[in-house]
Design a protein. Structure first.
Length: 341
């Protein structure tokens, strides 16, 4: 049995997962921490957080100081790496830290794509706190988007949907907009009486503005019976479809049998209006398009890419997918999970 090791990181705008595996796919340790995007915590903060996670994973995997060697291959896939210069900066910052003999860095959308397909190509849309998309053609060409919010033409993700919900609630209360159930549901989510009172609480800092990230679930719950909430959900579906449409056109894959992968918390609401609207729009783009909502967590994709770098076979890949998936489920009740394999 090979004792070569793979290190895999999926880092987003809300949480970061790090997996340490053997080449045969056995999961040695899985550690979860908070957000790691350099956009939010800076490059130094990102490196410090990941360094702590690497040390924790090694300790929990039973690697003593005497056996403290780097992994043989590493993949760091993070939100906030939107331009080549950002990838280079992170790669340069970690290259001398001894985490892995070979280390590759990239955007977290690549983790979603690899987690959802064995083809190695397709389109992946990630929708969590923000929204992003990546496309990889069968010829290896890539399509990327800056995904920097409004300055790069984006709308979508939890923050934008949350702000739209708050805006709709306020405008319902003061008469500038149509009446909506969000008028009561949005402030009620925070234990506040009215939208106006909620605005004051956010403005004065009693409720952090970032907590609007909690509101998409309120919107999804209301969308089944509230036209205003439904309009917000449909707008998000249109944005996802715009990403996919542009990506297919740029890769010259119009009409091709393409897998479209959806990853991120925004696609996991049981109501299903968002996914159903995306599926309907994709049928108009091409009957051969296959839509999949990511069943495997993105850290699985990062791990599979690291195992690809080691030349691991299908059996190892399947084991990694199975063991990491089970460990991530366990994280629902613990902050970190370790499995000795």
């Amino acid at each position: 049995m090979s004792d070569r090791l793979a290190l895999a990181v999926d880092g987003g705008n809300s949480k970061t997962d790090l997996a340490l595996l053997r080449e045969d796919g056995a999961l040695l340790a899985l550690v979860r921490r908070g957000l790691s995007s350099p956009h939010h915590i800076g490059l130094e903060g990102c490196v410090a957080l990941l360094g702590d996670m690497v040390g924790e994973a090694r300790a929990r995997a039973g690697l003593t100081d005497g056996a403290r060697r780097p992994a043989d291959a590493g993949r760091l896939l993070l939100a906030g790496l939107d331009f080549p210069v950002e990838e280079r900066r992170l790669r340069d910052a970690v290259s001398g830290l001894g985490w892995a003999e070979r280390i590759a860095v990239g955007n977290d959308t690549f983790a979603v794509l690899r987690a959802g397909t064995e083809r190695g190509w397709g389109v992946a849309v990630v929708c969590g706190a923000g929204i992003n998309c990546v496309g990889v053609g069968p010829d290896g060409r890539h399509v990327r988007f800056p995904a920097l919010g409004s300055i790069s033409g984006d709308w979508g993700g939890g923050y934008d949907v949350g702000l739209a919900a708050l805006s709709a609630a306020v405008r319902s209360e003061d008469g500038r907009g149509p009446r909506t159930r969000l008028e009561g549901a949005v402030p009620g989510h925070y234990g506040v009486g009215t939208p106006g009172e909620l605005v004051e609480a956010i403005h004065l800092g009693r409720i952090p503005e970032r907590r609007v990230l909690e509101l998409p679930w309120v919107v999804f719950d209301a969308a089944a019976s509230d036209p205003v909430a439904a309009t917000i959900v449909d707008r998000l579906a249109d944005e996802v479809l715009a990403f996919v449409r542009a990506t297919l056109r740029r890769l010259e894959l119009d009409g091709a049998a393409v897998e479209v992968l959806l990853g991120g918390g925004m696609f996991r609401h049981p109501g299903g209006r968002l996914v159903a609207a995306i599926e309907a729009g994709l049928r108009e783009l091409g009957a051969a398009i296959e839509l999949r909502v990511g069943a495997s967590p993105p850290v699985v994709g990062a791990a599979l890419l690291a195992l690809d770098d080691l030349g691991a076979g299908a059996e190892a890949q399947a084991r990694a997918r199975r063991e990491i998936g089970a460990a991530v489920e366990d994280i629902a009740t613990t902050s970190e999970v370790t499995i000795h394999g």
